[in-house]
Design a protein around this ligand. Structure first.
Ligand code: PLP
Length: 384
């Protein structure tokens, strides 16, 4: 047996697996792990299930390579992939009990905020939305009224507010709350929430992890394999919010270039943010990597190797100019979602509708891996 070396994230990603364990489920020595389309597993002759696998609603060996890769990147005790980011996030909330209190950011991923305000509240969760990125806000909220769970999203959609995971984790520990972080935008490469004291980390794997806008998937990872985590694992099996095995295999393929895609997106996003900040048509650029941005100092501490590929711009010409700009771009595609190799542009206020806290002069930009100068030129011609 050779000793297992502590390889760097890019080595693990390129290999598609941190695990020697792969060989347990791959007796043909295939370089790429096989896809197991089976929905069910054979019982042993003496009526046992020594493989540990019974039925694919609970688990499928195809999931294990992406899960172990996420575990290695997040330095997690365990990880599970889900049928979507929303399925992963809501598994955490549904593992709570009716009557439990939750604190979440005022501005966060819109669909999840909507879920918390409708199904989450109907389920019996008492949800308080506060500005988690304001220094001391979570501490104050927990001191006023305890909560079972604090939910963070950092950088948070689509204003990219940065919440201080380490400081908030200390508050959570003091007040006996669990801390979960939606780290979709930071990716497992730029921020490691579990190392900063969070209990759970969530990713929409639809975004950077897969990175090619062709798989809907989600992931959770935990700092401790405790009773709450086991409740989440049981909930995934019983609610059946599992991905198809082919999606899991495609996710693993996407992840193998995560480090290259994220590096390129971060570099281009920072450059675009700096250029756009000087453009006369642009009122404000929201990006954690700009020293003028409120969350810059926490981002410098909390994000390593880049400030992410997401930024937003507010235009001098208001909503009208924002919508007209999105209509005129050619390289930037008009679509919702983020984290793919292709750059996307979106007028968020339109998609979020009434009650959205997002200014109507704002365009959200997901920076892909195209030539950054082409991306800038395309925006400039579209400003009109
Ligand atoms: C997309 C997204 C989600 C939801 O993930 P799906 O895979 O679309 O269900 C949650 N949080 C953030 C930050 C996202 O960008």
């Amino acid at each position: 047996m050779t000793q297992k070396l502590p390889f760097a994230p890019q080595s693990l990603l390129a290999q598609g697996s941190p695990c020697q364990q792969q060989h347990d489920i791959n007796d043909k020595q295939a370089l790429i792990p096989p896809v197991y389309n089976s929905t069910t597993y054979l019982r042993d002759e003496d009526n046992q299930y020594r493989s540990g696998r019974v039925y694919s609603r609970a688990d499928n060996p195809t999931y294990r390579a992406p899960e172990e890769l996420i575990m290695a990147l997040e330095n997690a005790a365990d990880a599970r992939i889900f049928s979507s980011g929303m399925a992963a996030a809501t598994a955490i909330f549904l593992a709570l009990k009716p009557g439990d209190a939750v604190i979440a950011p005022t501005v966060m991923y819109w669909a999840l905020r909507n879920w918390l305000r409708t199904f989450g509240q109907d389920f019996g969760l008492k949800v308080r939305f506060i500005d988690t990125h304001i220094d001391g806000a979570v501490e104050q909220a927990l001191a006023q009224q305890p909560a079972q769970l604090v939910w963070l999203e950092t950088p948070g959609n689509p204003l990219w507010n940065v919440s201080d995971i380490q400081a908030i984790a200390e508050s959570c520990r003091r007040h006996g709350a669990m801390l979960a972080v939606d780290s979709t935008v930071a990716t497992p490469l730029l921020t490691k929430p579990l190392e900063l004291g969070a209990d759970l980390v969530m990713h929409s794997a639809t975004k950077y992890l897969n990175g090619h806008s062709d798989v809907i998937s989600g992931a959770l990872a935990c700092r401790d394999n405790n009773a709450f985590w086991q409740r989440i694992v049981a909930l995934r099996a019983q609610n059946g919010c599992v991905p198809g095995p082919n999606d899991a295999a495609q996710l693993l393929r996407g992840m193998r270039t995560l480090h290259l895609r994220v590096r390129e997106s971060c570099e281009s996003a920072l450059w675009l943010a700096e250029q756009l900040q000087q453009h006369p048509q642009v009122k404000e650029v929201l990006y954690p990597g700009l020293p003028s941005f409120a969350g810059y100092h926490v981002a410098c501490r909390q994000m390593q190797g880049g400030f992410g590929g997401m930024l937003s711009i507010r235009l001098q010409g208001g909503a009208e100019q924002a919508i007209a700009t999105a209509a005129k771009t050619q390289l930037w595609k008009r679509a919702t979602s983020l984290g793919g190799v292709e750059s996307l542009i979106e007028h968020r206020a339109s998609i979020e509708g009434a009650g959205s806290p997002v200014p109507d002069d704002l365009l959200r930009l997901s920076v892909g891996i195209e030539c950054k100068k082409d991306l800038l030129r395309d925006l400039e011609q579209a400003f009109g």
